[in-house]
Design a protein around this ligand. Structure first.
Ligand SMILES: Cc1cc2nc3c(=O)[nH]c(=O)nc-3n(C[C@H](O)[C@H](O)[C@H](O)COP(=O)(O)O)c2cc1C
Length: 208
C-alpha cells in the first residue's frame, strides 16, 4: 500500500507562496513513492467555528460548507503537510477556521505531520508555533528539518527565491513520507486507543 500524504495550503489567495512550498513538499513525497493529494483552502469555503459543540456528539460539523469533506481527506491520510502564511504573527484565517472546526472531533493521533510558514518579515516563529501547537495537541508525530520551516516572501511567487525554504520544504516532504511509511509498518498504539468523541484528556480511567 502506498503512503498517502496530504498537503494543505492555508493561504486565502490563489497561486500563493504557501501553496508553492506545500506543493514542493508533495513533489518530494511523490518521489519517495507516496500517493499525494493537495488541497488549496483558498478555493474552498471554510466558515468560522460557532462553538456549538455539536461535533462532539455527531463526529462532524453541522455547518454547510467544505469542512467535512476536507476532514474526511485528512482522516484518510497517513501524513499531512500544513502550510500557512504569517498573518499578523499567526496562521491565516482559512487554516485557523479548519483547526478550530476539526480540533474537537477529528482524530489524527499517530499520523505524521509537518507545518510550514511563509511571511514577509516578522512573526513567522509565532505563526509556526500556532501551527505546531495544533499538530502536537492532535497527537501527531512531527519530524524536524535541518532548520525551522519558515520562508520569506511578500508577493505571490517570491518564495521561489528563498532557496533555503524551498529546500526545507523538500526535506520535510521526504521525511514525512519516510516516517509515515515506517509508522504504517509499525503503528503507534495510541492511534488505535478508543476515545469518546469530543473528550480529549484522560485522567486515569476518566476522560475529561
Ligand atoms: C492580513 C495579512 C497579514 C500579514 N501579516 C504579516 C505579518 O505579521 N508578518 C509578516 O512578515 N508578513 C505578513 N503578511 C505578509 C504575508 O505573510 C506574505 O505576503 C506572504 O508571502 C503571503 O503568503 P501567501 O502567498 O502564501 O498568502 C501579511 C499579509 C496579510 C494579507
Amino acid at each position: 500500500m502506498r503512503t498517502r500524504i496530504l498537503g494543505l495550503s492555508g493561504s486565502p489567495r490563489t497561486s500563493s507562496n504557501t501553496a508553492i512550498l506545500v506543493e514542493t513538499a508533495l513533489e518530494a513525497a511523490e518521489r519517495e513513492g507516496a500517493k499525494v493529494e493537495f488541497i488549496d483552502l483558498s478555493a474552498l469555503k471554510i466558515l468560522a467555528c460557532e462553538h456549538c459543540c455539536e461535533c462532539s456528539k455527531t463526529g462532524k460539523c453541522k455547518l454547510d460548507d467544505d469542512l467535512n469533506k476536507v476532514a474526511d481527506t485528512m482522516k484518510a491520510a497517513d501524513g499531512i503537510i500544513m502550510g500557512s502564511p504569517d498573518h499578523f504573527a499567526s496562521v491565516a484565517t482559512p487554516l485557523k477556521n479548519l483547526m478550530d472546526r476539526t480540533g474537537r472531533f477529528l482524530h489524527l493521533e499517530g499520523k505524521v505531520a509537518a507545518g510550514i510558514v511563509v511571511g514577509r518579515r516578522s512573526g513567522l516563529d509565532l505563526a509556526l508555533s500556532h501551527l505546531l501547537f495544533f499538530l502536537l495537541v492532535k497527537e501527531m508525530i512531527v519530524p524536524g528539518a535541518i532548520y525551522w520551516p519558515i520562508g520569506f516572501a511578500l508577493n505571490a511567487g517570491d518564495i521561489r527565491g528563498d532557496t533555503e525554504a524551498m529546500a526545507m520544504a523538500t526535506q520535510l516532504g521526504e521525511r514525512v513520507t519516510i516516517l509515515a511509511a515506517a509508522i504504517i509498518r509499525n503503528p503507534m498504539p495510541w492511534a488505535h486507543e478508543p476515545r469518546p468523541l469530543g473528550q480529549k484528556v484522560r485522567f486515569g480511567d476518566e476522560w475529561k
